[in-house]
Design a binder for this molecule. Sequence first.
Ligand code: 5AD
Ligand code: SF4
Length: 463
Amino acid sequence: MTKKLYIKTWGCQMNVYDSKKMADILASLGYRAVDEPDDADLMILNTCHIREKATEKVFSDLGRLRSHKEAKAEKGEPALIAVAGCVAQAEGDVILDRAKYVDMVFGPQVYHKLPEMILQATGGQRVVNTDFPPESKFDELPVDAEAQGPSAFVSIQEGCDKFCTFCVVPYTRGAEYSRPAAQIIDEIKRQADMGAKEIMLLGQNVNAYHGAGADGSTWNLARLIAAVADVSGIERIRYMTSHPRDMDDELIAAHGDLPALMPFLHLPVQSGSDRILDLMNRKHTAAFYFDIIARLRAARPDIAFSSDFIVGFPGETDEDHEATMEMVRKIGFSSCYSFKYSPRPGTPGAAMGGIVSEKIKDERLYALQDLLMQQQRDYNSSFIGSVQPVLFDRRGNKGNGQLLGKTPYMQSVYVDDAPERLFGQTVNVRIEKAFQNGMSGTVDTTETILTNTSTPNKKAEAA
Ligand code: 5AD
Ligand code: SF4
C-alpha cells in the first residue's frame, strides 16, 4: 500500500534539493509525495535556521501537523512527524522537549539514514540524529529517480569553513565537503537524458569546490564547469552561492571562455564598509570585491550581478551604511537580497556590542531596498525591445498557455499563448514589458528554437 508523504521546505535551494532527495529515498519505501498534510502518514518539516524567528515558525507549523496526527490517530492510523534541516541540527533537543508529539529530529547530514530512522520511529522510539557521520550522504543516497525538468539543481558541495560572524551555516551544515566530480557528472548526465538543459550547481560555498576529479587530480569549480559543459544536451550552467575570496583566476576566465556558463553571478558581499566586513570576518575588503567585479566584467562584459546585504550589523554607523549604498551605486546590481541583521544564537556576532536599534535597521533597510529595487527595474527596463533567448522551464497556472522561463541574465520572462511544444526549449523572445521582478514578451516571429546561444563577447568594452 502506498503511504502519503508531506514535506514542507524552507530556505535555500540546498534545502529544496535535499527535500527531493528525501522524497526519492522514501519513494523506495512506498511513500508518495502529497501537497497537503491532511491524512499524510509521514510529515517532514525541512527547516532553515539562517534568519530570524526560524524556530518559532517551526513550532507554529508543528502545532498544525499535530492536529493532523491526532485526527489520523482517531481513525486508528499512525502518522509520524519529523523535523529535518538546520533548525533540527541546531535545536534538536529543544524540539523534542517542547513538542512531545514529534517523532524524529535529524540534521542535513543524515538523510541517507531515513529508512532506519523511520523503522525506529515506527517501533515507538523518538529519534534524534544530529551527527556529522564520517561517510558522505551523497555516496548513500539513491540516484535521481525523477526528472527535475528543463532546469535541474545538482548539489556539488556542502558546508562552509568561512565562519562569518553572523552565520549559522558552519555550525549546522558542518565543514566544507565537495562531492567527487564523477558522481556529479553522472547525476548531470542522467538529468540531461531526462530533458534538463540547464544545470544549477549548488553549494553553501560553491566556488570553494575542490572535489576528487575524474582524472585523479583535485578539481576546482572552473574545471568541473568545463566538464559539465561537455555533457551532451547541457546548454546553460550556473552556480550558487559564492564567496568573493574563492573567485579564483580560472573561474573568472571561465566566464569569458565557456559559452554555456551564463552571464549572471550571485556574489554576496554583505556590506560595503571595510570596518564592518572585518567585524563580520568576511576575509575581504570592499576594494577586493570591486576588483573581482571589474575582472569578471573584463572577462564577460555583459555579466549581471546580484548580491546579499545585511544592514544593522553590530557597530554599523551611518558612515558604514553609506559605504554600502555607495558600493551599490557604483556596481549596479540586477537583483539583490537584503536583510536586517538578526543575532543567531551561538555565533560570534550574537555576543558583539554596538547593537543597532530596530528603528535604524528599518530605515537603513528601506533606503537600501529602495535603491536596489530601482536598479532592478532599470535593469529589466533596459531589455525592452530586445530579443532574448529564454529557456522555458515552467508552465503558468492561468490556463492561457503561459510559459515562463529565464534569460541568460536570470530574469524571469513570461509569454502568454505560447505553443506547448516550446516547453523545455530555448526560444527567442521579444521583450515587450518590464516589471520589478521580471519581463514579458512574445515569441519572436521566426520562433527560433535555439541551442547554445550565449556567446561571450570578448571584444566589447567592460561596462
Ligand atoms: N542576520 C541577517 N541576515 C543573515 N544572513 C545570514 N545570516 C544572517 C543573520 N544572522 C543573510 C546573508 C546571507 C543570506 C543567505 O542570509 O546575507 O548571505
Ligand atoms: Fe555563512 Fe556564506 Fe559566510 Fe559561509 S561564507 S559563513 S555560508 S555567510
